[in-house]
Each structure stands twice: as structure tokens, then as C-alpha cells.
Design a protein. Sequence first.
Length: 352
Amino acid sequence: MGIVANRHDALMRDHPLMKACRREAVPFTPVWIMRQAGRYMPEYRAVRERHGFLEMCRRPDLAAEVTVTAVERLGVDAGIIFADILLPLIPMGADLTYEKGEGPHIAHPVRSAADVDRLATDGIADSLGFVGESIKLARAGLGGTPLIGFAGAPFTLASYLIEGGSARDYRRTKTFMYSEPRAWERLMSKLAEVTADYLAMQIAAGADVIQLFDSWVGALSPVDYKLRVLPYSSRAIAAISGKAPVIHFGTSTAGILELLRDAGGDVIGLDWRVDLGAAWRRLGDGVSVQGNLDPVALFAPLSELRVQVRAILDSAGGRPGHIFNLGHGILPETPVDNVIAMVDMVHELSMK
């Protein structure tokens, strides 16, 4: 087992994605896609027709299958384990379901200090051991291709718990944050602890890179992020620092990029609402960047898609440390052939 692990580690050290995380020169810009194994792929839909979403998350054979299939089909430079950012909330005590066509739903949201106190923190990572098993299977199937593990950041998890699902203005979340400051601190502390343990488990199982998704953090003002969120994201990231490269991603974060960097991460994920080169200059030379094609660009004619891809690569300017990705998750109706073409374009146009 030790020899196999050492051989894998040696392969990973020289892989373009891993080198990009370390801001080292690479022969081409590595590329992967958020929500890589999803409904836009016929292979995924074939599995999904036979199995429920949570069943797929909980069955390592199915999770590994769709993870590996996406890498093989698209030709990307990394797999990301098939799971969901909200899985830790289930053993914590949230009654989470996935409503068809409506996404996640929590029947009894967190609305009081007593609700926060009822949330469990002990043994959560152990309860999610099926994700670790999925990682082991997927890593074996991917060979020398890196595997990304992930989790939701404390604020994004808190927003789902308080809103009871997705939201537009996060009114309930921010109102709770303002009106129940002590309960908010306890909630965020619990989520930071659970997230850190969960990510450590994924690394132990074989994840080569970690991505922390703070998908909805752009709803906050800079001062609220700095005082009420940054310390908890920082705590989760610091707990796994040095164990695997960390990609820290959020959407609508143009106003808090420097704060996102300060919270931690080897790579800062950028959405499509910012110019990649300008954002990287703001962030400085101490981090890599990931992004940042608009997911809708994948619906464009290939000639226009090529223009969009080239513009992002030109904005990166050939600097070591760029990982190409979308600015958020791929959309369900996206043509698979366009995704494959995009991956090929990135490799071709960035080849040194």
C-alpha cells in the first residue's frame, strides 16, 4: 500500500493541475469544470434515471462511476468527487430532502438559538464515511489524474440551514446574523468544526485537492464578511493547511476578493463577473487563480466560444498558477460537445 501511495504522490507532484496550485510553470493550462458530473451528460442521466440523487451520493460505486466517466468523456485534468455540499447537514440533524425541480429543502430551518444548540457536531465525518469510500474508488479509477474533494463553507451552509433552501436576498440569514449574534457565532463555529473534520476525512481517503465552496457569500457586505464570516472560513481552511492544496471559491465576490484571499486558500476561484487578470493583480502573487468562463458561453457557436476562451487565457497572461474553469457550475442543458471543444481549446491555446 505504501509503494502504491508513494507512486501516486510522485505522479501528482508533476501533474499540471498540482503544479498550477503551487504557481509553478506548466506545459498547458489545466482545466476542469464545476458540477462536472451532471445532468448535461447523457451518461449521468442514464444513472440518475435508475437512482435517486441522495442514493447516488451515498453509494460509493455510483458516485465513483459518474466521477470517473465525466473525466474520461471530457478529457479534463481533474475529477471532482460526486457528492453535495449539504451532506454534512443531514447527520447534524437537519431534515434535508431534495424536491424534484426545486432543489434542497429543509423542513424545519434554524430560526432560534435553541435550533442552533440542537445541531450535532460529534462524529459527523464518520457518518459521511461513504464519501471517503467514493474517493478511494474514484482515485483508483482515475489513475494519474488528480481528484478534488470539496465541502460547503460555513456561511453557505448556514444560509441553507436558516433559509430552508435556496434564496434570493438571504434576508433571513442576514437578519439572524444581526439579531442573534451569539447564536450566529455558535452556528458558524459548529459549521467550521464540521467542515474541517469532513475535509480532513476526504484528504485521508485520497483527495489530492480540496475546494471550499462559499457559493452565496457574495450576498454579504465587506464588513459583514470580515467580522462575521472570514474567521470561520479561515478556521476550516487552516485545519487542513499543508495537507492538500485548497481552492477557495465564491460567487459575486468582486467586492471582497482580498478578504477571500485573507481567509485562506492556495487558489482563489473567480466567477465570470470579474476580469481575471485584474482580479489576480488585486490578489497578488501569493495565490493561484481559477476561472472564469461564463457558463452560458458554452451555448455559443464554437467560433465565439474560442474567442471567449482565448480572452481568459490572454487575461491570465501565461502566468504560472492559472487553472481554467467556469465561473460557476455548468448548466443542465449545456451541449456536451461544446464542453469537450472548450477543454481542447484551453489545451491547444495555452500549450507552451
